[in-house]
Write a protein that binds this ligand. Structure first.
Ligand code: MSP
Length: 646
């Protein structure tokens, strides 16, 4: 059958340095898609690799006093290790220095030359080494590289070179994109491509003289093939072009080619499809560019030393939280899609990661898994009882079951996570409302069995849905649930149905998977800690005088609103009897703001104020911690606002 395989690619990265969070985000996105396709039963070819012939790679090698081949052989290890440790499930890793690829490049050059698509001429203009791009004088901005992601100095070049007749493809490309607009994504970037092409395509210089590092031009060993012409062809090398006709038929055209916006318009959406047209090969089904990451508001740059190494960061966080390193890696995989819509630019900050880790993973997902497994131990000796799940489970799972595939197919990866976290929220709410501890107290065994089966089956569905993003953490949830078979062997159509939790299986001992990370500066917490009940005896004894230092009062909530972009937080305006003040409380998951207005609460009025998400919180309300959920304390009778509590 033609094109039976789902083929997804990342760019092949320059090996002048180790990978950072930018390379990581593209590669993880491709991995999420690949894993999801496999979960759906598709055969997948997921390819990544390294682009090794760039002049800047040769320069980096020289700077290290090493021959280029020796240098790339070393740096490629950093890529292989990073992808292995970050759970990248690639099927093929291509290096442009491999014979199979050099062969393809040489033969493509000859074919296009024989067809007249490649001709000889003189190139005169500018070359940007960091960007490996030729520019015309008129394109430069203040004498520098016009790429907004680059803007570095350029070099004057005058060489006899071979040119690819890109201009001849201008109209064909425009017609193709008109007929197949879905090829270019996201939608908002399509126009950039069209206007670039309409602006006129010039023939592209595709060889370089006097440069020892690269694939030699056939018949002219003093010249090498331009690195971009070489690199783009990796995608058909992997697909078996000129090597394996059957594989090529199964694999090509690629289903998805992913990259960031820096190499989208000129290279992947213009030069690459034109080369494919020249070779009479079909164009990829989708070419998708995501945004660029900055770090703490700044462009990632080697000189600034702000390039975040995902492994280093994960190691650091694992140490601080006590969570497993491979779980923290998964958390990082999750974070890059949770924080900004995939496609847009985003700013990476470690504090942002820590907040998400604590709120979405330690709190929402972690608590759900931990408390449901603990309760099964408590109420059913750890063995899943025979009971049909509540219809409420199917209702809560419906958005994930129905909409997750389309969200991932459309690369709305943040929206995919929103669906899953909506489901997690619904499950936590279900537990709170059904209150298994109450059912147990009241001896309602049948109801208790139904509730426990529903929530644990929900946890099973969450593990499956989240597995493309967090394969190791999902596998750990699967293991703790005591599910038979490996998670990786599951198929969406059969497994993603409520009611699939087998009765009689024994869950493992509950072990927290995501352990809360304490913020580095306790004086100014980023957000209030979720109220947690310490084990008895964990806190020191206080004297009555110490207790008396607390100013506890009954206060009334006058107004309540959500804090934007902080799904746990509410901003409350409270009347303490003496004044009206602002309090930020981490209770949004359990209380609707409207329902709080007019309620009386107990407030610590003399707590040192703290800035939370830029809002000064003047006090803290008291709440009981019930299995991770906050339950507000309030007076037993109606008492005047301002009454002291002692
Ligand atoms: N070697 C070329 C690609 C050839 S593909 C035929 C190249 N390599 S690169 O090492 O510079 O990688 C560029 C890609 O790395 C981007 O398109 C993106 O996928 C990723 N990123 C590098 N820095 C990034 C950010 N700051 N933010 C997001 N992604 C970034 O270009």
């Amino acid at each position: 059958m033609a094109d039976a395989v789902y083929y997804v690619t990342t760019p092949i990265y320059y090996v002048n340095d180790a990978p950072h969070i930018g390379h990581f985000s593209t590669t993880v996105a491709a991995d999420v898609v690949a894993r999801f396709q496999r979960l759906r039963g598709r055969q997948v070819l997921f390819a990544t690799g390294t682009d090794e012939h760039a002049p800047k790679v040769a320069q980096a090698a020289a700077a290290h006093g090493k021959p280029p081949q020796e240098f790339v052989d070393e740096i490629v290890q950093a890529y292989l290790r990073t992808w292995q440790e970050t759970h990248i499930s690639y099927d093929d890793f291509v290096r442009t220095t491999e014979p199979r690829h050099r062969e393809v490049v040489t033969r493509v050059f000859e074919t296009l030359r024989d067809r007249g698509d490649i001709y000889k001429g003189v190139y005169e203009g500018w070359y940007c080494v960091p960007d490996e791009t030729f520019w015309q004088e008129s394109e430069l901005i203040e004498g520098r590289c016009p790429n907004p992601e680059c803007r570095r100095p350029v070099q004057r070049v005058r060489e006899e070179n071979w040119f690819f007749r890109l201009s001849a493809y201008q109209e064909r490309l425009l017609q193709y994109y008109e007929a197949h607009p879905e090829t270019l994504g996201p939608d908002f970037r399509r126009n950039e491509v069209l206007s670039f092409i309409r602006g006129g395509l010039r023939d592209a210089s595709i060889t370089r003289s006097a440069y020892g590092w690269g694939i030699p031009v056939p018949g002219e060993p003093d010249k090498v093939i331009y690195v971009w012409f070489d690199a783009l062809l990796n995608y058909i090398t992997v697909a078996g072009y000129l090597q394996d006709e059957e594989k090529l038929r199964d694999v090509w055209p690629a289903d998805l080619q992913l990259m960031a916006k820096d190499i989208f318009v000129r290279f992947h959406a213009t030069l690459w499809p034109a080369i494919l047209m020249g070779l009479e090969l079909p164009l990829p089904r989708r070419i998708f560019a995501h945004g660029f990451w900055t770090v703490d508001g700044e462009k990632i740059s080697k000189s600034k030393g702000n390039a975040i190494d995902p492994r280093g960061l994960a190691r650091d966080v694992a140490e601080r939280s006590g969570s497993r390193y491979d779980v923290v890696i998964d958390a990082l995989r999750f974070f890059i899609f949770r924080e900004v819509p995939f496609g847009s630019d985003g700013d990476f900050s470690t504090a942002g990661f820590v907040n998400r880790f604590n709120s979405d993973l330690a709190n929402d997902l972690g608590n759900l898994v931990n408390r449901s497994i603990s309760m099964l131990h408590r109420y059913f000796e750890g063995v899943v009882p025979a009971a049909a799940p509540d219809p409420a489970l199917a209702a809560a799972a419906a958005p994930v079951l129905q909409d997750l595939p389309a969200a991932i197919d459309d690369l709305r990866l943040g929206a995919a996570l929103d669906l899953i976290w909506g489901f997690i929220g619904a499950l936590n709410k279900y537990v709170d409302e059904q209150a298994p501890w109450r059912l147990a107290r009241e001896g309602r065994q049948e109801d208790l069995a139904r509730v426990m089966v529903s929530v644990l089956d929900g946890v099973r569905l969450v593990a499956l849905a989240v597995s493309p993003f967090m394969p190791v953490a999902a596998g750990e949830i699967w293991r703790q649930l005591g599910m038979p078979g490996s998670l990786a062997a599951q198929r969406w159509d059969e497994a993603m149905r409520p009611g699939g939790l087998p009765a009689g299986i024994a869950v493992a001992p509950a072990e927290p998977i995501f352990k809360r990370i304490e913020q580095r500066s306790p004086a100014a917490p980023e957000k209030p800690a979720a109220p947690t009940a310490p084990a008895q005896g964990e806190k020191p004894v206080v004297t009555f005088d110490e207790f008396k230092r607390l100013d506890l009062r009954v206060a009334r909530i006058e107004a309540a609103e959500r804090v934007p972009k902080a799904d746990k937080l509410l901003k409350l305006t409270v009347d303490t009897g003496g004044d009206t003040r602002t309090v930020v409380a981490g209770i949004a998951a359990w209380y609707e703001p409207e329902a709080l207005v007019g309620r009386k609460i107990v407030l610590i009025c003399n707590l040192a104020p703290a800035k939370i998400r830029g809002i000064e919180s003047q006090g803290m309300l008291l709440a009981a911690d019930v299995e991770g959920r906050a339950v507000l304390l309030q007076p037993d009778q109606d008492v005047p606002v301002g009454s002291t509590v002692r």
